[in-house]
Design a protein around this ligand. Sequence first.
Ligand code: DGL
Length: 257
Amino acid sequence: MTIGFFDSGIGGLSVLAEALRRLPAQDYLYMADTLHVPYGTKEKDDVKAYVMESVSMMMERGIDALVVACNTATSIAVNELREVYSLPIVGMEPAVKPAVEMNHATGKRVLVFATPLTLQLPKYYALVSRVDEGGIVDSLPLPELVRYCENLQFDKEVMAQYFHEKLSAYNLDDYGIIVLGCTHYPFYRNVLRELLPPHIQIVDGNAGTVRRLSALLTRSGIAHNGTGRVSFMSSGNEPAYLDKMQTALAFVRELND
Ligand code: DGL
């Protein structure tokens, strides 16, 4: 069976890395919408059309289940995808709910990093209103981080400098958890771990997403008869980007070890 993973670029590889670890007996098809990355700074209706077009390309190649490994794309298009396609679909949203629950005891605040588009959509607003009774959630858009990641900019010093600037207005003593609400951001987990005070936990939705995928595969009777093979495709079909995806997958798998 082949599980499709979709993202605007290489971000979803951070989720695929988790799937390869937890569900090694599947085969995977990873697609990046290279013609339109990044999504997070574009118009909602345009992004919806890009997602629908990309997923239809994946369907032509043949997939048995789909993970929308992108918070932005999920916010905009997961409902429509579920209307159009009958295969099992797993979406992602920033892990605000678990973060608020985990933080309950400490009385500290939660800071959510995501793309500007994710943070401005009604879906995010509804999520925060539902789970944040105490008004402890703050949100910070980090559009540049997607660009850095797409350029494979993982230099510790450059990135630490960027985070210092972005966080300079925040008193980090007030915060207990940072949520990585974009799948490109876990590439910087180690850089963040080194620069954040040790009391701050860093949370992403990757493990939860793979748990949901696993449950859905079981429920749908999809067999675990693959070998962990990963094929790549991109909307622009650029050979150099196929190499980039391989490099980025190796990088993020190592981070998780
Ligand atoms: N990786 C995507 C997400 O999880 C979006 C990045 C982008 O294209 O702006 O939101």
